[in-house]
Design a protein around this ligand. Structure first.
Ligand code: PLP
Length: 346
């Protein structure tokens, strides 16, 4: 098995990263900062933020049970996804393999970086065909993407399928766990101890209620995290974002209350949608439901005309005639249900 450095593009493996003023200073009892050409007025926003976000990582480490040295924080998970391409994939030569359907950003990042994207269809219950994924990989395949719980289908990927990929793929396996908090106890982050080629992605955008501050997490062994830290912008997570994350991490009880409420509301919404007749609701371990119905686009347009926006996934592979509906507050979901009832009774 190749190491992360051996898998990386040669220019990245050889990169001498930018060394910022705050990188060189290592937390001694300094009082006077005349090193970074900052304005001495307007504290605290006059200062560059901690480039390695140590305070945030210390708490994330406790909550997630992952050593701080194995955590990367970025400007959304999207930054971590893009870094995977920039670190490991040689434009115009390398390729990646992903389960399909899944989150659209992997393909967009592949396209931006001129990396071939090999999508391999899941089965009818949206479980990846790992044998076919391994079969479509070749010597230039650097990344393999799984999303669990998967967007847009909502289901967890079976653990043994991902382990098969980890045991047999000679590149980096990425598991995007953006929705893991809605499927308690199912994170595969513990496997980074065993697998040097595993990268787990999580985010503050969903359960933590902080989509607006842009903060994503990656968990991996130190060698991979080190490559990410070299390639990222030096101050990729701003001070306001770090501050908001610290406050939310201190309110973890409030957040788990939200998560419980959303999980229970998911059950209610699922039953009510199924009760409308003519709708198939796919089982979900996330904070949304994929729902199949006749004329989904007409239903979508009817909802839009009534000020209710869901996500039309009808043109996505294996998701024909399907809408993806985020679980809202009970009041919001009641508005949706009322509107759908009107649609079917009109
Ligand atoms: C919402 C979502 C994310 C979150 O991305 P951020 O950039 O962290 O907001 C990541 N992965 C998947 C599959 C998602 O659905």
């Amino acid at each position: 098995m190749k190491t992360a450095t051996e898998l990386a593009r040669p220019n990245i493996a050889a990169l001498k990263p930018y060394s910022s003023a705050r990188d060189e200073y290592q937390g001694k009892d300094a009082r006077v900062f005349l090193d970074a050409n900052e304005n001495p007025y307007n504290a605290p926003l006059n200062r560059y933020p901690d480039p390695l976000q140590r305070d945030v990582k210390a708490i994330v480490s406790e909550i997630k049970g992952v050593a701080a040295s194995r955590i990367f924080l970025g400007n959304g998970s999207d930054e971590a996804i893009d870094l995977m391409f920039r670190i490991f994939c040689e434009p115009g030569r390398d390729n990646v393999v992903a389960m399909e359907p899944t989150y659209g950003m992997y393909r967009v990042c592949a396209d931006i970086n001129d990396v071939e994207y090999r999508a391999v269809n899941t089965d009818g219950s949206f479980q990846p065909d790992v044998d076919a994924m391994l079969g479509s990989a070749d010597a230039n395949t650097k990344l393999m993407f799984f999303c669990s719980p998967n967007n847009p289908s909502g289901n967890l990927v079976r653990r043994e399928l991902i382990i098969k990929a980890l045991d047999n793929f000679e590149g980096i396996v990425i598991i995007d766990e953006a929705y893991t908090d809605f499927a308690p106890g199912t994170s595969m982050a513990g496997l980074i101890d065993t697998y040097p080629n595993l990268v787990i992605l999580q985010t503050f955008s969903k359960a933590w209620g902080l989509a607006g501050v842009r903060l994503g997490m990656a968990f991996a062994q130190e060698e991979t995290i080190g490559l990410m830290n070299r390639v990222k912008y030096p101050y990729n997570v701003n001070h306001l974002t770090q501050q908001a994350a610290l406050e939310q991490l201190e309110s973890a009880d409030k957040v788990s209350g939200w998560v419980s409420a959303i999980i229970s509301e998911r059950g209610r919404l699922e039953n009510r949608l199924a009760g409308l007749g003519g709708m198939t609701v796919f089982p979900s371990d996330a904070n949304f439901l994929l729902v199949r119905m006749e004329n989904a686009t007409r239903v979508y347009n009817y909802l839009v005309d009534n000020g209710i926006i869901v996500r039309n996934r009808s043109r996505i592979t294996l998701c024909g005639d399907s809408l993806r509906i985020t679980v809202g507050t009970p009041a919001e979901d009641d508005e949706l249900l009322k509107c759908l009832t009107e649609y079917y009774n009109r």
